[in-house]
Design a binder for this molecule. Sequence first.
Ligand code: ADP
Ligand code: MG
Length: 351
Amino acid sequence: EHILTLDQIEKSFGEQKVIKPISIEMERGKFYTLLGPSGCGKTTLLNIIAGFVKPDNGTIYYDGKDITAKTPNAREVNTVFQNYALFPHMNVYDNVAFGLKLKKLNKKAIREKVEEVLTLVNLKDYQNSDINDLSGGQKQRVAIARAIINEPKVLLLDEPLSALDLKLRTEMQYELKAIQKRLGITFVFITHDQEEALAMSDYIYVMKDGVVEQSGTPTDIYDEPVNRFVADFIGESNIIEGTMIDDGIVQMYNKRFECVDGGFEPMANVEVVLRPEDIEVTDELEGLLDVTIKSSLFKGVHYELIGVDNEGYEWLIQTTKKRLARDKVGLKFNPEDIHIMLPGETEDEFD
Ligand code: ADP
Ligand code: MG
């Protein structure tokens, strides 16, 4: 049973197709993320779900019922906006109580409910605070409290953490995830930050130019990107052109490597993806791949190296052992860490 279904949703602004047909099905109680670069259509898609933007084509179902023609207020969906959209002249309590006052609930019921949601977002002691005296993270939590007080079944969050500095942002990632778990409702979260998406989501939709390029769990998407765009956008990778010699054997320039991926056409042209952290650096030269270190940066948890092989290809490598520029080292990798993709149709456009 899906709580939310988008069926062949399309939207253009003038000549520009901002959402090409997108179909998505979301389950109850899960944390979904729309991830993609700025301008790819994330906010437009969220606004279509909320009812602020009308799609040109397609149908939206909530709990199996067609809600495409319903107004935002008539949908059991609520939105947390990037800029918080709080009332600056009201204190925390009144901001959060606002929706319930509109519903004309009695005072006692409102007070109980407001205290409940403020407890949930760790702001119980701030009821009487002036909005303007709060930190960015506290304002964000007020915005969340206000959005959840009407008990929506789906909460839409448009880059809610992007205005916060890195440390607070990481804290809020934990808190948001915990709030979602406690409430047990469906979150549809937008970000352009791949690390944030990987850390928070049950399921990610990777978008580009109004299209979902890939959807899956964070590990699916990280370990098995379907094309160059996803492999580059989600984390860092080395992507090398190759040929599948046979199932389990891939050739990169004139060298052959074992891999576990199979099922390709014989002699298919492929792209070989290797994550920097999956490459092992050894002192044994004349292994399959020798490189000269061109640069070495200390990054705290690891060194980030760029090594150049004798074909001139630059390898990005992460290693915990110190290595210096001009060192010559060998590279090794496990067959199961080699990921093979078919070259994408969008490759040229992306380059
Ligand atoms: P994202 O949230 O991924 O950054 P948006 O959905 O905001 O992307 O925008 C996608 C594209 O649609 C952008 O090129 C943007 O300029 C355009 N766009 C969004 N809203 C409108 C609008 N109301 N009128 C015209 N163009 C719009
Ligand atoms: Mg946006």
